[in-house]
Write a protein that binds this ligand. Structure first.
Ligand code: RNT
Ligand code: ZN
Length: 415
């Protein structure tokens, strides 16, 4: 056994943590890898600019331009992060045969057959997202539109996606998390806040009404406080989201970039878990706004992971990542963020939660603080290296050598 790991194992044993068991458990936690970091949320169905109040900044060379390129990049990232993964797709990543095309309201399972083949070969499940942005009919409101024709178009899109989500679950044998997020909102103070929300609820009901197998498809609703150009009002606010998901028995999805800057998702997880059987997360990093920066191993990321693990409900939480940085090597961005979240989970699993909870209950806040702080310098890095080794992925910064090589041989040729 590696000397460093042996020492770390003994240290953790002294606080009742079995590092070997932690390593095995961490391997099993599926993290849903968002396909959209690879091409700046571009997708394959429309050429226009990204819309909907989200933005990718930067123009680092080497962006994936085709399904094959995106799949190759995903494979590279998967080879650098140990443990279970799911693939998270957006509807705009439909793959059409030459000369074939289907608008968003007419997409079918067959347009995702290549993705299914890709996921199956890698033993992964697929998660899915209808795409209510970057489309000519998404210049204003979508599911909350006062224009019946537009609203219906997007309802049909949601229904089409539900059928595709069920197809993913059937094909892979793994339930599909289907997340609905709409960019609808207003830049300035609306005259009517009520009607768009009422129409949104009605549209969601119409989507869900087509019926689907709730064991196979977990429909989520992602709320948001604002977007670029949608500063004053978003239809799918937090209260709307909470009210809708709880009344319809679907799953809340919290993206930690979607709240006021001093609100933290780490504090929301426990409350949501108490009232919802399942919970879904978009882990991201917001810098001053919902900027979707690459996840760092920062305090809030660690706190989110801690809440997931300490709740004892990790199996009820669907973990997905949601960031897109085009200013640095995208494959590196993807990998660094993914490994960081995995590290945060590891640190959380190496924490003696029962001991700490007991100190809290005894009112011994002094020792609690001391232990919390001391744990920060425990040798989790040695356990992380051992984890990577056992998963057969690059240890430490050596993963970067692989990325540099990939950039030289593959990414730099994409001009
Ligand atoms: C936007 C939401 C949404 C998107 C992805 C691409 O603010 O976070 O989840 O980022 O669907
Ligand atoms: Zn999100």
């Amino acid at each position: 056994m590696n000397q460093e790991y042996a020492l770390a194992k003994a240290k953790y044993e002294s606080i009742g943590i079995d590092t070997d068991a932690v390593i095995e458990n961490l391997k099993k936690v599926p993290v849903s890898m968002h396909c959209w970091q690879g091409d700046d949320v571009g997708g394959f169905d429309f050429d226009g600019a990204l819309s909907g109040g989200i933005q990718t900044t930067g123009n680092y060379p080497g962006k994936a331009r085709t399904p094959d390129e995106l799949m190759a990049d995903i494979d590279k990232v998967l080879s650098l992060d140990g443990g279970a993964h799911k693939l998270n797709l957006h509807a705009c990543y439909a793959i059409f045969e030459k000369g074939e095309y289907a608008d968003r309201d007419a997409i079918e399972p067959k347009h995702f057959a290549k993705w299914v083949e890709f996921a199956k070969e890698r033993g992964m499940g697929i998660d899915f997202n209808p795409t209510f942005f970057s489309h000519p009919k998404a210049n204003g409101l979508t599911l909350s539109s006062p224009d019946e024709e537009i609203r219906k178009f997007w309802v049909r899109h949601g229904q089409a996606c539900l059928r595709i989500a069920e197809y993913f679950a059937n094909e892979t044998g793994i339930p599909c998390v289907m997340n609905i997020w709409i960019p609808d909102g207003y830049k300035d103070i609306p005259a009517d806040r009520y009607s768009p929300r009422a129409r949104f609820a009605k549209s969601l009901d119409e989507i869900l009404d087509i019926g689907y197998d709730r064991e196979k498809v977990l429909v989520c609703l992602e709320s948001k406080v604002f977007g670029i150009g949608l500063e004053s009002y978003t239809v799918g606010s937090a209260e709307f989201g909470l009210g809708y998901v709880l009344s319809r028995g679907i799953v809340p999805l919290m993206d930690n970039g979607h709240y006021h800057p001093t609100e933290v998702v780490s504090d929301k997880i426990s409350s949501m878990l108490l009232f919802s059987k399942k919970l879904a997360l978009h882990v991201t990093r917001s810098v001053r706004w919902d900027s979707d920066h690459v996840i760092r191993l920062d305090d809030e990321t660690k706190e989110i992971a801690k809440e997931i693990v300490a709740s004892g409900r990790i199996d009820d939480i669907a973990i997905a990542l949601d960031y897109f940085d085009a200013s640095i090597n995208r494959v590196a961005a993807w990998t660094i963020g993914l490994r960081n979240f995995r590290k945060a989970l590891l640190i959380a699993m190496l924490t003696p939660h029962e001991q700490l909870k007991a100190l809290q209950n005894e009112g011994n806040y002094t020792e609690l603080m001391m232990r919390d702080e001391e744990l920060k310098s425990y040798p989790w890095g040695a356990v992380w290296n051992e984890y990577c080794e056992r998963c057969g992925v690059a240890v430490g910064e050596s993963f970067y050598d692989d990325i540099v090589k990939y950039e030289k041989e593959v990414l730099s040729k994409r001009v």
